[in-house]
Design a protein around this ligand. Structure first.
Ligand SMILES: Nc1ncnc2c1ncn2[C@@H]1O[C@H](COP(=O)(O)OP(=O)(O)OP(=O)(O)O)[C@@H](O)[C@H]1O
Ligand SMILES: [Mg+2]
Length: 300
């Protein structure tokens, strides 16, 4: 097992638990699709308990990089580490078992189940994978979770702010709430890294605010360190949410730093705007990271 070089990227800030390896690291990632270079020598480090924003114009390589992390895309060169362990050759499944989780743009939910049943299923899938299939064909057992399952799922519901819609069938939920169910599903596996590809796309402003608050809270409240990597087109939202931001353009990492550094980075402004105006300081969606949104139930 090869360890990550301790130095890989000091610009990404100090790890909270100094001495602990990065939650995720990548070095020298290059991906070619035929003649197209989707990623060119990209490196980054994500510290434990850190939210890292990954931004860049369309086609910059953001989703490809998430694919390299999750194991769906094989890089032509470069390495990936999870908590210091080289997983470059590991399958998506094996990376998931080592603490990597992701959400989906169109959450893949079992439409007949309620929010709570979904989370019971997700919770079991991690601990008793064989049982999951039985549960899917005999969903009545999902209505009778054990005491421990119930406690854990109640905690998850609280964390992703879905307690009030726990009994609602997921088929009846708007996309913004379905995304929260998907976040809860991903968190049920106790990941150390959660990958979010455009979690705000297609949801209205109020639902965006709610999602952003949940992302903040899950990192703060996680017992074991949890890091998020979020790809999102709402750059102002990413700048407001993230501890560190990585900017890709045409497959190259053109900037990395704190949100403040990124806002003032001339190369970033050129890539986004073709001029040198500072990036927006606030977004409509994140002006909100202040007031809590408590009426999730009304949106269901
Ligand atoms: N499987 C693939 N085969 C061929 N080309 C691909 C494949 N996946 C991505 N690409 C190309 O690689 C480049 C990077 O794509 P990617 O989807 O990673 O960009 P992105 O930053 O996520 O863009 P967007 O903001 O539009 O989602 C693009 O030019 C895209 O067309
Ligand atoms: Mg993409």
């Amino acid at each position: 097992m090869m360890r990550v070089p301790a130095t890989a990227d000091p610009s990404l800030g100090e790890t909270v638990d100094s001495g602990a390896p990065p939650a995720l690291a990548a070095a020298g990632i290059t991906v070619r699709f035929g003649g197209l270079t989707a990623l060119s020598d990209v490196s980054l480090e994500v510290a434990p308990r850190q939210i890292t924003g990954l931004v860049g114009p369309n086609g910059a390589g953001k989703s490809t990089l998430l694919g390299v992390f999750s194991g769906l895309v094989r890089p032509n060169s470069g390495r990936v580490w999870l908590r210091g362990e080289d997983v470059t050759a590991a399958s998506p499944r094996s990376r998931a078992a080592r603490g990597l989780a992701r959400t989906f743009q169109q959450p893949e939910l079992f439409l007949g189940l309620t929010v709570r049943e979904h989370l019971v299923l997700a919770h079991r899938a991690r601990r008793e994978p064989a049982r999951m299939w039985r549960d899917m064909f005999d969903p009545r057992s999902l209505f009778r979770p054990s005491k421990i399952e119930k406690e854990r799922v109640d905690g998850l519901l609280e964390l992703v702010r879905l307690t009030r819609v726990a009994k609602v069938p997921v088929a009846a939920l708007p996309l913004g709430i379905a995304r929260l169910v998907d976040v809860g599903r991903a968190l049920a596996s106790d990941p150390s890294v959660l990958l979010l590809d455009e979690p705000l796309s297609g949801v209205d402003m109020k639902a965006s605010e709610n999602l952003l608050r949940v992302f903040e809270q899950v990192v703060v409240q996680a017992d074991d360190p949890l890091s998020l990597i979020i790809v999102e087109h709402d750059v102002a939202a990413v700048l407001a949410l993230s501890h560190a931001v990585v900017v890709l353009d045409f497959g190259e990492r053109i900037a990395v730093g704190t949100p403040e550094e990124i806002r003032n980075d001339p190369a970033v402004r050129t890539a986004y705007l073709g001029d040198s105006e500072p990036l927006a300081r606030t977004s409509t969606a994140t002006a909100s990271l202040a007031p809590p949104v408590t009426d999730v139930g009304q949106q269901a």
